[in-house]
Design a protein around this ligand. Structure first.
Ligand SMILES: C[S@@+](CC[C@H](N)C(=O)[O-])C[C@H]1O[C@@H](n2cnc3c(N)ncnc32)[C@H](O)[C@@H]1O
Length: 316
């Protein structure tokens, strides 16, 4: 399907999934901290994002800069299926999603709920023998389920339990936009000079060179002593992983990359918590205001501080 929509000059792509820890609200803070050499020319030669999620900053950069090549990583297999299908097969995906949308729209509230749980069941059953290594038509179906569930589930996010099952309940939205054709096409274009790779952040090491811009947004450290990783994702990212990441940061700093990392500030909960201040003491660590929009516990939503760490300080 080659429509006028495919003829795009300006990038308007936005995240196609709502993702826990999405950084849309911090884009202004990141913009101010983009290296001067990039701001001056408007060109990013190479961009690497080892914890991609919904990709708020990646898409922002594509909308505002000329990004010549990007390498995007995430350990979440289903997320990577979604990105690869958007890159390889947008028209097929649009067909699948508009079928799902048509079926959904025609139903009563009760029927919609049943439909949602049926898709959720199929999605979870499919996982057992799904081939994540080899791209196939099955990937398109899985990506359409992923997007459908993200748009119709409660709070619009993607969460799996320890058995890898998507377990978010039905969301009761009036008219969810399940098939956003224009954005799918924009995202497809944005992914043209991009590789999307499944795996641990450390795999990105081979793609980072001098002057590569790297944005690191790992899973948060639990914000309160009682909160657990199950709130965030099935893959725990514990203090050992944060330390492993700080060592990676040191190595990439020595290589001459531009590194920007964000994390929730543990001082939100314990003013004496120096965990990140110590890990990144050689670098520029700033605290900026943020709102925690997705939290399992509604009482813990609200104003908090986010940490931004950089290994360069060209613009203030
Ligand atoms: C805070 S989210 C990133 C959110 C993203 N910046 C956005 O705007 O949506 C962290 C991501 O890291 C991924 N992740 C968790 N452990 C990982 C690991 N060891 N290596 C790579 N990715 C990992 C999660 O699947 C999740 O998508």
């Amino acid at each position: 399907m080659e429509t006028d929509l495919y003829k795009i000059d300006v990038c308007l792509a936005r995240p196609f999934l709502k993702w826990a820890g999405g950084k849309a609200q911090l884009l202004g803070e990141f913009h101010k901290r983009i290296p001067q050499s990039i701001m001056g020319r408007g060109i990013i030669e190479r961009y690497v994002e080892p914890f991609l999620g919904g990709g708020a900053l990646f898409f922002y950069l594509k909308r505002n800069f000329q990004v010549k090549e990007s390498f995007l990583f995430d350990i979440n297999q289903d997320l990577v299926v979604g990105y690869r299908v958007l890159k390889n097969d947008p028209s097929h995906l649009i067909t699948e999603l508009s079928n799902l949308e048509d079926k959904y729209r025609d139903k009563s509230d009760e029927e919609r709920e049943t439909f949602f749980y049926n898709i959720r069941k199929s999605f979870n059953q499919q996982r057992a023998d799904f081939d994540y290594e080899k791209y196939s038509n099955q990937w398109v179906e899985r990506a359409s389920y992923l997007i459908f569930l993200n748009k119709t589930c409660y709070n619009g996010l993607f969460r799996q339990n320890s058995k890898d099952e998507f377990n978010v309940p039905f969301g009761k939205y009036k008219n969810p936009r399940i098939c956003d054709e224009k954005n799918i096409i924009q995202v497809n274009k944005a992914l043209e000079d991009t590789e999307i790779i499944m795996g641990d952040f450390s795999n990105s090491e081979g793609y980072i060179k001098k002057n590569t811009l790297v944005y690191l947004d790992p899973p948060y450290r639990p914000i309160s002593p009682s909160s657990s990783f199950t709130c965030y994702a099935k893959e725990g990212f514990d203090d050992e992983d944060q330390i492993r990441l700080s060592k990676f940061f040191h190595r990439m700093d020595k290589r001459g990359a531009y590194l920007m990392l964000s994390n929730s500030d543990p001082k939100n909960v314990d003013a004496n918590d120096e965990f990140f201040d110590e890990l990144y003491q050689e670098y520029f660590l700033e605290r900026v205001p943020a709102k925690r929009s997705i939290n399992c516990d509604a009482s813990k939503r609200g104003e908090i501080k986010e940490l931004i760490v950089r290994n360069y300080c060209e613009n203030g």
